[in-house]
Design a binder for this molecule. Structure first.
Ligand code: AMP
Length: 472
C-alpha cells in the first residue's frame, strides 16, 4: 500500500524534526510510566482503570457470554452460515466510504487515528463494511452463492456512555451475499428472532422498506421541504441532520421532534411497484412463520448503505428491559459494487450482545436456557500420593476430551466438596491414599450422596457416560 512516508523523506527538514523529537518523547514517556511518582498517585490509579465506556468481562458472567456465543454457533450452523471475522483495525476510508460521511457513526463516533506509518486507520464501528471488503478481497463471488456468514466480536464507537451504551461493545451478526430475494431478508429476521427467543426473551421486530436509491432521492427532497417548513421547532441534532442526513430526523428520539414528524411524508408512498412487491413478500414470509412484527414507516436505520428492507428488534414492553433496542439490520444491495466489487446483493443484521445479556439478567426467575458450559464433574484428591496420581489421571481425561473441575492446591476434602457444590456439579471423583493403593476411585453422586467405587481404568468410560447425560 502506498504510504505517505516517501513524500516526507523528500523533505529533509521534516525528517530532521522527527529524528530530533522522537527520542525525547520516548524518554519522557518512560519516566511517566516506570518511575513511581509519589505526587502523581491519582494519575497512577487512573492508568489502572479501563477507559470510559469499556469494561472487563468476568468469570461470574461466563454463562451469559459463553452461553450466548455457543447458542449463536449452533443456530448459525443449523441455518448454514459459516463463521468469519475481520481485523478490528481497518483503513478509515473503508468505513467512511461505505457508512457515509453524514452519519453519526462516522461524524461523531468512530475511533480514527494515524498509525505509526502515518496511515489513517479506524477501529471498526460495525462489521458490514468489513464483510463487504472481505467478500471482495477474498474473491467470495466465486463461491457458490449466496454466501452466508456470521460473526461475533467487539465494535467501537466513541459515543457518550450510558446504560446499555458502551464505547467497546460486542455484536453477533449475520450477512448474506449474492441473493436479491425476499426470502433471505425473512430468514435473517427469523434467525435473529429465534436466537433471542431461545434465551427466553420476547422481542418484536419493527420493519420498513426504504426502497431503492432513486426512490429514496425523490422521497428525501419531499422530506427536506417538510422539515424546512418546521425547522424552527426541530431539535439541534435534527437541524444538523436536515443538512447532512435528513432521513435520520425520522427516528429522532426527542419527544418534540417525534410529534413534529407525525405528519411527515412516508417513504412507502414513494416506492415503485417492484419495491413494494419485494417488501410484501418479506412480510408474507414472516406471517407464514408467525413472527410478530410492527410496520414502522419511520424506521430508516442510520447508515447510508441500506436499501429496501430495514428492521430493528426491541425487547417487548414487559419488565425492566422493555423497549430496549437489541439489534437491527437490512438490505445493502449496492454496497459491494460501490466498494469496487461486482454488483452483488447483500443483507444482514447485528445484535448487541451487552444489551441482550442485560435484558436476560433482568428476567426474574429465568436462568439462561442454555446448556451447562464445560465440566459437570469435580475431581477431589487427598494426600501427596493422590495429588500426583490425580495429575496423571486428569491429564489422561483431558486428552480424551473430558474436562473436570479440580483444585489441586487444596488438601481438605471438606473444602473440595464445598467447591464442587458451588460449581453445581452432579458428580465428584474422590481419590485418597487407599484408592491410590487399590487402583480405584470413588464416584460420589452429589445429590443423593451415594458413593460408588470403581477401577481407575474404568474412570474415563464412566465419566463419558455421566457427561453424555449432562452435557450437550
Ligand atoms: P446498530 O447497527 O447501530 O443499530 O447496532 C445494532 C445493535 O448493536 C443495537 O441495537 C444495540 O443493541 C447494539 N449497540 C449499538 N451501539 C452500541 C453501543 N454503543 N453500546 C452497546 N450496544 C450497542
Amino acid at each position: 500500500m502506498p504510504s505517505k512516508k516517501p513524500v516526507k523523506k523528500n523533505k529533509p527538514t521534516a525528517v530532521k524534526k522527527i529524528v530530533k523529537k522522537e527520542p525525547e518523547k520516548n524518554v519522557s514517556k518512560k519516566k511517566e510510566t516506570i518511575t513511581p511518582v509519589k505526587t502523581a498517585a491519582v494519575r497512577n490509579v487512573k492508568a489502572l482503570e479501563t477507559l470510559r465506556g469499556m469494561k472487563d468481562i468476568l468469570p461470574k458472567e461466563e454463562k451469559y457470554w459463553l452461553g450466548l456465543r455457543r447458542n449463536a454457533e449452533k443456530m448459525c450452523a443449523a441455518y448454514g452460515y459459516g463463521y468469519f471475522d475481520t481485523p478490528i483495525l481497518e483503513n478509515a476510508g473503508l468505513f467512511i466510504r461505505s457508512i457515509g460521511k453524514g452519519t453519526d457513526v462516522i461524524e461523531k463516533e468512530m475511533y480514527v487515528f494515524e498509525d505509526r506509518d502515518g496511515d489513517k486507520v479506524a477501529l471498526r464501528p460495525e462489521l458490514t463494511a468489513s464483510a463487504v471488503r472481505a467478500y471482495i478481497n477474498n474473491g467470495m463471488h466465486t463461491y457458490s452463492q449466496p454466501v452466508k456468514l456470521w460473526y461475533f466480536g467487539p465494535m467501537f464507537r466513541h459515543d457518550r456512555p450510558q446504560a446499555g451504551r458502551f464505547r467497546q461493545f460486542n455484536q453477533f451478526g449475520c450477512e448474506v451475499f449474492g441473493a436479491h430475494d425476499p426470502v433471505v431478508d425473512a430468514e435473517l429476521i427469523v434467525l435473529a428472532h429465534n436466537f433471542i427467543a431461545d434465551l427466553g426473551i420476547k422481542s418484536t421486530v419493527h420493519i420498513n422498506s426504504i426502497g431503492t436509491l432513486s426512490e429514496r432521492k425523490n422521497y428525501i427532497s419531499e422530506l427536506v421541504s417538510f422539515l424546512k417548513s418546521r425547522r424552527s421547532i426541530l431539535c439541534e441534532d435534527c437541524k444538523r441532520r436536515l443538512l447532512k442526513n435528513p432521513l435520520r430526523c425520522l427516528d429522532c428520539k426527542e419527544e418534540s421532534c417525534k410529534k413534529n414528524l407525525e405528519e411527515a411524508p412516508q417513504i412507502v408512498d414513494w416506492l415503485e411497484e417492484s419495491s413494494k412487491n419485494f417488501f410484501m413478500k418479506v412480510l408474507e414470509y414472516l406471517d407464514e412463520l408467525s413472527i410478530p412484527y410492527v410496520l414502522n414507516p419511520r424506521l430508516v436505520r442510520g447508515l447510508d448503505y441500506y436499501c429496501d428492507t430495514v428492521f430493528e428488534f426491541f425487547a417487548e414492553e414487559e419488565g425492566e428491559g422493555g423497549g430496549v433496542a437489541l439489534g437491527g439490520g437490512g438490505r445493502y444491495d449496492g454496497l459491494v459494487e460501490q466498494m469496487g466489487g461486482q454488483p452483488t446483493a447483500g443483507c444482514g443484521f447485528a445484535l448487541g450482545v451487552e444489551r441482550i445479556i442485560a435484558v436476560w439478567k433482568k428476567m426474574e426467575n429465568k436462568e439462561p436456557e442454555v446448556a451447562a458450559v464445560g465440566p459437570a464433574i469435580y475431581f477431589a484428591q487427598l494426600g501427596e500420593q493422590a495429588r500426583k496420581k490425580a495429575l496423571y489421571l486428569l491429564e489422561d481425561l483431558r486428552k480424551a476430551g473430558i474436562f473436570v473441575f479440580h483444585n489441586l492446591s487444596k488438601g481438605s476434602l471438606k473444602v473440595q466438596l464445598e467447591s464442587a457444590n458451588s460449581k453445581k456439579v452432579t458428580h465428584t471423583v474422590i481419590l485418597g491414599q487407599k484408592e491410590v493403593q487399590d487402583g480405584t476411585v470413588i464416584i460420589r453422586d452429589m445429590e443423593s450422596g451415594i458413593q460408588e467405587i470403581i477401577d481407575q481404568k474404568k474412570l474415563r468410560a464412566k465419566l463419558e457416560k455421566i457427561l453424555g447425560k449432562n452435557q450437550v
